[in-house]
Design a protein around this ligand. Sequence first.
Ligand SMILES: [Zn+2]
Length: 196
Amino acid sequence: MSKGQIITLAFVTVLFCVANVKEGIGQSIFGAILGFAITYGVIYWINKRKSITPEQKAKIQQEKTQKLKQKQQLKQEKAQVKLELQKAKLKEKELEVQRKTLKREERKKAKAESVKVKEYATPPSQPVQSQPSLVCPHCGSTNIQPLGQHKKGFSVGKAVGGTILTGGVGALAGFAGKKTKQTDFVCMNCGKQFKR
Ligand SMILES: [Zn+2]
Protein backbone atom coordinates (compact mmCIF):
# COMPACT_ATOMS: atom_id res chain seq x y z
CA MET A 1 0.00 0.00 0.00
CA SER A 2 1.49 3.29 -1.04
CA LYS A 3 1.60 6.52 1.03
CA GLY A 4 -1.05 8.18 -1.10
CA GLN A 5 -3.31 5.22 -0.58
CA ILE A 6 -2.87 5.33 3.21
CA ILE A 7 -3.66 9.06 3.20
CA THR A 8 -6.70 8.48 1.04
CA LEU A 9 -7.86 5.71 3.36
CA ALA A 10 -7.44 7.94 6.45
CA PHE A 11 -9.11 10.89 4.69
CA VAL A 12 -12.17 8.92 3.60
CA THR A 13 -12.48 7.36 7.07
CA VAL A 14 -12.36 10.77 8.77
CA LEU A 15 -14.74 12.22 6.19
CA PHE A 16 -17.32 9.48 6.80
CA CYS A 17 -16.84 9.94 10.57
CA VAL A 18 -17.34 13.70 10.44
CA ALA A 19 -20.27 13.50 8.05
CA ASN A 20 -22.15 11.38 10.62
CA VAL A 21 -21.27 13.38 13.75
CA LYS A 22 -24.67 15.12 13.72
CA GLU A 23 -26.47 11.76 14.04
CA GLY A 24 -24.59 10.86 17.22
CA ILE A 25 -21.36 9.09 18.20
CA GLY A 26 -22.61 5.62 17.30
CA GLN A 27 -23.55 6.66 13.76
CA SER A 28 -20.23 8.51 13.47
CA ILE A 29 -18.19 5.39 14.35
CA PHE A 30 -20.34 3.26 12.04
CA GLY A 31 -19.75 5.76 9.22
CA ALA A 32 -16.01 5.71 9.86
CA ILE A 33 -15.93 1.88 9.72
CA LEU A 34 -18.06 1.87 6.57
CA GLY A 35 -15.82 4.46 4.86
CA PHE A 36 -12.67 2.59 5.92
CA ALA A 37 -14.05 -0.74 4.66
CA ILE A 38 -15.14 0.59 1.29
CA THR A 39 -11.89 2.49 0.69
CA TYR A 40 -9.75 -0.39 1.89
CA GLY A 41 -11.61 -2.75 -0.45
CA VAL A 42 -11.11 -0.47 -3.45
CA ILE A 43 -7.40 0.01 -2.65
CA TYR A 44 -6.93 -3.72 -2.15
CA TRP A 45 -8.53 -4.47 -5.53
CA ILE A 46 -6.41 -1.82 -7.30
CA ASN A 47 -3.19 -3.13 -5.72
CA LYS A 48 -4.04 -6.72 -6.66
CA ARG A 49 -4.50 -5.74 -10.26
CA LYS A 50 -1.29 -3.72 -10.19
CA SER A 51 0.65 -6.54 -8.55
CA ILE A 52 0.22 -8.67 -11.66
CA THR A 53 3.44 -8.17 -13.61
CA PRO A 54 3.35 -8.09 -17.40
CA GLU A 55 5.10 -11.48 -17.37
CA GLN A 56 2.33 -12.93 -15.26
CA LYS A 57 -0.21 -11.30 -17.58
CA ALA A 58 1.51 -12.85 -20.54
CA LYS A 59 1.52 -16.20 -18.75
CA ILE A 60 -2.18 -15.96 -18.02
CA GLN A 61 -2.82 -15.01 -21.63
CA GLN A 62 -0.71 -17.91 -22.82
CA GLU A 63 -2.57 -20.32 -20.60
CA LYS A 64 -5.83 -18.99 -21.94
CA THR A 65 -4.71 -19.38 -25.54
CA GLN A 66 -3.36 -22.83 -24.76
CA LYS A 67 -6.66 -23.87 -23.26
CA LEU A 68 -8.43 -22.52 -26.33
CA LYS A 69 -6.04 -24.41 -28.57
CA GLN A 70 -6.58 -27.58 -26.61
CA LYS A 71 -10.33 -27.13 -26.92
CA GLN A 72 -10.01 -26.59 -30.65
CA GLN A 73 -7.76 -29.63 -30.96
CA LEU A 74 -10.26 -31.72 -29.04
CA LYS A 75 -12.99 -30.46 -31.34
CA GLN A 76 -10.92 -31.28 -34.41
CA GLU A 77 -10.10 -34.72 -33.07
CA LYS A 78 -13.74 -35.37 -32.37
CA ALA A 79 -14.64 -34.21 -35.86
CA GLN A 80 -11.96 -36.48 -37.33
CA VAL A 81 -13.18 -39.45 -35.34
CA LYS A 82 -16.68 -38.74 -36.59
CA LEU A 83 -15.43 -38.50 -40.16
CA GLU A 84 -13.52 -41.75 -39.82
CA LEU A 85 -16.56 -43.46 -38.38
CA GLN A 86 -18.65 -42.21 -41.26
CA LYS A 87 -16.00 -43.38 -43.74
CA ALA A 88 -15.90 -46.80 -42.10
CA LYS A 89 -19.67 -47.03 -42.34
CA LEU A 90 -19.57 -46.04 -45.99
CA LYS A 91 -16.86 -48.62 -46.66
CA GLU A 92 -18.89 -51.30 -44.94
CA LYS A 93 -21.88 -50.41 -47.06
CA GLU A 94 -19.76 -50.55 -50.21
CA LEU A 95 -18.31 -53.89 -49.17
CA GLU A 96 -21.76 -55.26 -48.55
CA VAL A 97 -22.93 -54.08 -51.96
CA GLN A 98 -19.85 -55.65 -53.53
CA ARG A 99 -20.48 -58.91 -51.67
CA LYS A 100 -24.07 -58.91 -52.84
CA THR A 101 -23.12 -58.27 -56.45
CA LEU A 102 -20.42 -60.96 -56.21
CA LYS A 103 -22.94 -63.44 -54.87
CA ARG A 104 -25.33 -62.53 -57.66
CA GLU A 105 -22.61 -63.02 -60.25
CA GLU A 106 -21.62 -66.32 -58.70
CA ARG A 107 -25.22 -67.48 -58.82
CA LYS A 108 -25.44 -66.40 -62.45
CA LYS A 109 -22.21 -68.25 -63.25
CA ALA A 110 -23.39 -71.35 -61.45
CA LYS A 111 -26.64 -71.23 -63.40
CA ALA A 112 -24.82 -70.80 -66.70
CA GLU A 113 -22.47 -73.67 -65.84
CA SER A 114 -25.31 -75.94 -64.86
CA VAL A 115 -27.00 -75.15 -68.17
CA LYS A 116 -23.75 -75.95 -69.96
CA VAL A 117 -23.43 -79.22 -68.07
CA LYS A 118 -26.97 -80.08 -69.08
CA GLU A 119 -26.14 -79.32 -72.68
CA TYR A 120 -23.11 -81.58 -72.45
CA ALA A 121 -25.12 -84.26 -70.68
CA THR A 122 -27.49 -84.55 -73.62
CA PRO A 123 -25.12 -85.65 -76.34
CA PRO A 124 -25.76 -84.41 -79.84
CA SER A 125 -27.91 -86.87 -81.74
CA GLN A 126 -25.41 -89.14 -83.39
CA PRO A 127 -25.94 -89.86 -87.04
CA VAL A 128 -27.04 -93.40 -87.75
CA GLN A 129 -23.89 -95.34 -88.36
CA SER A 130 -23.88 -97.68 -91.30
CA GLN A 131 -22.16 -100.48 -89.47
CA PRO A 132 -23.12 -104.05 -90.33
CA SER A 133 -23.06 -105.22 -86.71
CA LEU A 134 -26.24 -104.66 -84.74
CA VAL A 135 -25.34 -102.07 -82.16
CA CYS A 136 -27.69 -99.48 -80.73
CA PRO A 137 -26.57 -96.09 -82.09
CA HIS A 138 -27.89 -94.41 -78.97
CA CYS A 139 -26.35 -96.39 -76.15
CA GLY A 140 -24.10 -98.94 -77.87
CA SER A 141 -25.96 -101.93 -76.52
CA THR A 142 -26.11 -105.14 -78.57
CA ASN A 143 -29.41 -106.09 -77.02
CA ILE A 144 -31.31 -105.33 -80.24
CA GLN A 145 -34.58 -106.72 -81.44
CA PRO A 146 -35.63 -106.44 -85.10
CA LEU A 147 -39.20 -105.23 -84.97
CA GLY A 148 -40.44 -106.80 -88.18
CA GLN A 149 -39.25 -110.34 -87.68
CA HIS A 150 -39.51 -110.84 -83.94
CA LYS A 151 -42.63 -108.87 -83.21
CA LYS A 152 -44.02 -111.82 -81.30
CA GLY A 153 -41.06 -111.97 -78.97
CA PHE A 154 -40.85 -108.27 -78.57
CA SER A 155 -41.71 -107.33 -75.05
CA VAL A 156 -43.45 -103.98 -75.04
CA GLY A 157 -43.08 -103.79 -71.27
CA LYS A 158 -39.30 -104.07 -71.49
CA ALA A 159 -39.08 -101.44 -74.20
CA VAL A 160 -41.40 -99.08 -72.34
CA GLY A 161 -39.31 -99.58 -69.23
CA GLY A 162 -36.25 -98.64 -71.23
CA THR A 163 -37.85 -95.57 -72.65
CA ILE A 164 -38.97 -94.42 -69.24
CA LEU A 165 -35.39 -94.82 -67.99
CA THR A 166 -34.09 -92.50 -70.68
CA GLY A 167 -37.19 -90.33 -70.69
CA GLY A 168 -38.12 -90.65 -74.32
CA VAL A 169 -41.58 -92.16 -74.49
CA GLY A 170 -42.06 -90.35 -77.77
CA ALA A 171 -39.40 -92.57 -79.35
CA LEU A 172 -41.74 -95.51 -79.14
CA ALA A 173 -44.82 -93.67 -80.29
CA GLY A 174 -45.90 -94.45 -83.82
CA PHE A 175 -43.51 -97.29 -84.69
CA ALA A 176 -46.23 -99.93 -84.30
CA GLY A 177 -47.77 -100.74 -87.61
CA LYS A 178 -45.25 -98.72 -89.57
CA LYS A 179 -43.80 -100.76 -92.36
CA THR A 180 -40.99 -99.43 -94.48
CA LYS A 181 -38.46 -101.05 -96.75
CA GLN A 182 -35.84 -100.67 -94.07
CA THR A 183 -35.88 -102.97 -91.12
CA ASP A 184 -36.89 -101.44 -87.88
CA PHE A 185 -34.89 -102.28 -84.81
CA VAL A 186 -35.51 -101.43 -81.21
CA CYS A 187 -32.89 -101.31 -78.51
CA MET A 188 -33.94 -103.37 -75.51
CA ASN A 189 -31.54 -101.40 -73.37
CA CYS A 190 -32.64 -97.84 -73.99
CA GLY A 191 -35.88 -98.48 -75.84
CA LYS A 192 -35.02 -96.26 -78.77
CA GLN A 193 -36.01 -97.23 -82.28
CA PHE A 194 -33.72 -97.07 -85.26
CA LYS A 195 -33.54 -98.28 -88.83
CA ARG A 196 -30.91 -100.35 -90.55
ZN1 LIG B 1 -29.90 -98.44 -76.92
